[in-house]
Design a binder for this molecule. Sequence first.
Ligand SMILES: [Zn+2]
Length: 95
Amino acid sequence: MINNRKIAIKRIKYLYKKSLEVFDKDPDLSRRYIKILLEIKRKANIKLIRELRNKFCKKCYTVWIPGKTLSIRVRRGKVIYKCLNCGYVKRFKIR
Ligand SMILES: [Zn+2]
């Protein structure tokens, strides 16, 4: 089981990297990688590793590249992430 989890994380990291790599050439393929990534995550029943949190849009699966597919603003002690593809907004408190 521990091994499976390790493999899943490895795959997830790889898929994230690929999704970034192909985004400029093929955004649809990039989104497909994110979809597969989430599928693996769901099947392996693991939480997303910290370094991959808030790295893509869970609504439209667009990988988030600040200034390109993501706008980041800070307002009243909160960070506001906005997906520039679908408009999904995510807010978090600044710690
Ligand atoms: Zn989106």
